[in-house]
Design a protein around this ligand. Structure first.
Ligand SMILES: [Zn+2]
Length: 154
């Protein structure tokens, strides 16, 4: 048994402890999409706003990353998407996410569906920088944009 502390809370490290034999380590992306879009975006009040912020920040705080670079690497490793810094100013950074999990979904103009992933960034960066950081989704494939993009403000 993988009991690491007396406090019964899962850590991100626990998430990597996978001992099932036949089914392996991966789940298909349609399951992630179903949870995100059918369950959260469509299933929760206000398209999940509020809940995604709470859930995303909590996940972000749990990530074992210590810099923006490490965070973007982890986004790549987890196959959420391929993030790249496209604008860097004193109080503002823009991160474009190519090959986002939402790429290929039907376009719905006016819809931005990757807010949870932005909230994950926000939670992680708040912990790393120890200063209030705000992350906002400003572009999304589903909206018809060329990629998904986040504005990070410090
Ligand atoms: Zn997206």
């Amino acid at each position: 048994m993988n009991k690491t502390s007396s406090v019964q809370e899962f850590t991100f490290d626990d998430m990597k402890k996978i001992s099932r034999t036949k089914m392996g380590k991966s789940l298909p992306i349609e399951l992630y999409r179903a949870i995100r879009l059918i369950g959260m975006y469509q299933g929760l009040p206000m398209k999940g706003k509020g809940t995604t912020v709470t859930v995303g920040r909590k996940i972000g705080e749990s990530l074992p990353v210590h810099s923006l670079e490490e965070l973007l690497d982890l986004f790549r490793d987890l196959k959420i998407g391929d993030p790249q810094i496209v604008l860097e100013e004193e109080h503002k950074i823009h991160v474009a996410v190519k090959d986002c999990f939402c790429e290929g979904l039907p376009e719905m103009e006016g819809s931005m569906v990757c807010d949870l992933e932005g909230a994950i960034m926000e939670g992680a960066l708040n912990k790393i920088i120890d200063k209030r950081v705000y992350v906002r989704e400003i572009k999304c494939n589903v909206n018809g944009d060329e990629h998904c993009e986040y504005e990070i403000r410090f």
